[in-house]
Write a protein that binds this ligand. Structure first.
Ligand SMILES: Cc1cc2nc3c(=O)[nH]c(=O)nc-3n(C[C@H](O)[C@H](O)[C@H](O)COP(=O)(O)O)c2cc1C
Length: 221
């Protein structure tokens, strides 16, 4: 798989097989992904990989939290509070496409909530990744972390693995911070599921659209 193929192939996968993943392989991928460029070579990311017994423990903790409908104070807004067009439209569209693919109607709020909670079981993936960043860092360094995350996603594709980045974990910063033992000076940006895609899971039939480049690309000649 060359770079173009990996970029074209990568998708957010929301249903994984019960197939074990070699954690040494994931560790190697994450280490290689750290060739990502960063302003001033700050390399501002911190990564935690969760697997094996730790993964079982975390999934159990989260199942309890979700069942008890516990919520926590978020440390950042995942989306702008007043998200405007065209961004809000794109968000709406992908949500409709996803729930359409899995057959849950818009008015079935409970059904959607139950399905969304699969996020907190890593969509059955055997490996979870968390990316935290020092609180002193600003938007440029968060952008650097995005370069790292995309490198990881693409290298996973090359290795036959799939992933789903998951900012939803930012809804439970205390739980995850305590579980990982994250120092107070760091903030949780995102989690990510890692595993082998279940080709039969209808959620994985989703192919999100992309806006035409005329909406966001300007050539100056
Ligand atoms: C930083 C980040 C956080 C995301 N968080 C979630 C999430 O919490 N749950 C989820 O199902 N998808 C999540 N996604 C996946 C996006 O919905 C997905 O990337 C987008 O719809 C485009 O689809 P694609 O990745 O398949 O191209 C996240 C993606 C990124 C980059």
């Amino acid at each position: 798989m060359n770079v173009s193929e990996a970029v074209a192939y990568r998708r957010s996968v929301r249903g994984f097989l019960d197939k074990p993943v070699d954690i040494a392989l994931v560790k190697d991928i994450v280490e290689r992904a750290a060739r990502a460029a960063t302003g001033g070579n700050l390399q501002p990311w911190h990564i935690d990989l969760v697997h094996g017994d730790s993964m079982k423990k975390l999934k159990a903790i989260m199942a309890e939290k979700i069942a008890a409908r516990e919520s926590e104070q978020q440390e950042y807004d995942i989306y702008p509070r007043e998200l405007s067009s065209p961004y809000a439209d794109r968000r709406f569209e992908v949500g409709e496409m996803l729930y359409g693919a899995i057959g849950i109607a818009r008015e079935d709020r409970k059904g959607r909530a139950i399905w969304f909670a699969r996020n907190f079981q890593f969509f059955n993936a055997p490996v979870g990744l968390f990316l935290t960043i020092d609180r002193q860092m600003g938007p440029p360094q968060w952008g650097d972390c995005g370069m790292m995350l995309e490198n990881i996603c693409l290298l996973l594709c090359e290795a036959g693995l799939d992933s789903c980045p998951q900012e939803c974990w930012a809804v439970y910063p205390k739980t995850i911070g305590a579980f990982l033992g994250t120092p107070e000076n760091r903030i949780l940006w995102t989690g990510m599921s890692i595993g082998y895609k279940d080709p039969d899971d209808p959620a994985n039939s989703l192919v999100p659209t992309r806006a035409p480049s005329s909406e966001w690309l300007t050539l100056h000649g």
